[in-house]
Design a protein around this ligand. Sequence first.
Ligand code: ATP
Ligand code: MG
Length: 239
Amino acid sequence: MSQKPLPKSHPRFSSLSQRHALEAGVKDGITHPTGLIAFGRGEAFDYLLHEKTHPFAQKAIAKAAQEIRKAKNFVISVNGNTSALCPREIVQLARASGGKLEVNLFYRSEERIKKIISALKKSGAKKVYGLKDDARVSGLASDRAKISSKGIGSADLVLVMLEDGDRTEALRKAGKKVIAVDLNPLSRTARKASITIVDNVVRAIPLLTAELKKKGAKSDAAYNNKKILRQAEKAIRKG
Ligand code: ATP
Ligand code: MG
């Protein structure tokens, strides 16, 4: 259904390109149709945030970079929306951080996992975990419990994007630190994560990569995720 290319001068260029990326993701079988609905919820929050990265997101990104540097086994969890929206940026983050990539899906099918892995490989990824699941996140009923022992199974730090609150909570209960990217500061994911970046993944992931590449980044011992979420909620209410 994609029509002629969007003019860059269009005031909604970024938002429309993201919609088209997801449309292509559904057509290619990497994004589940319900992913469009999840994206719509995010878009509404992004609109209220004026589609820009706020200082509270920058602070969370700086803290996330610090934790990634300290982590022993950092894993980036990838789903159908993120692999359609920003596959190259995700692979660049994996490279800059030395982290592993693992596909984890709510509507899990071998076919879709294979398609996502090949999309990530086309974007430059080498190894992607997730096809063979030989471990479980306990206390989680959905297929999102299925993980790889060499990936999320042995991770001490996991990055999740457009995630479910119950998996974030289960990962925390399993003793892992969780960084979440979620435009909704009220979601269970945002509230359960150790660090919540309230920003669009298409902006947040390249910023996190850039932060990791910075030399001599300073530490912020006073980081408080609840405060970050309050600031995000305030910005949204202000509109
Ligand atoms: P939770 O289970 O955490 O309460 P939810 O059920 O409200 O979340 P889901 O449909 O499970 O929401 O996941 C989608 C989440 O991802 C929403 O919170 C939405 O705001 C967010 N989201 C959607 N698109 C983006 C995006 N491009 N960047 C960042 N976050 C996004
Ligand atoms: Mg949910």
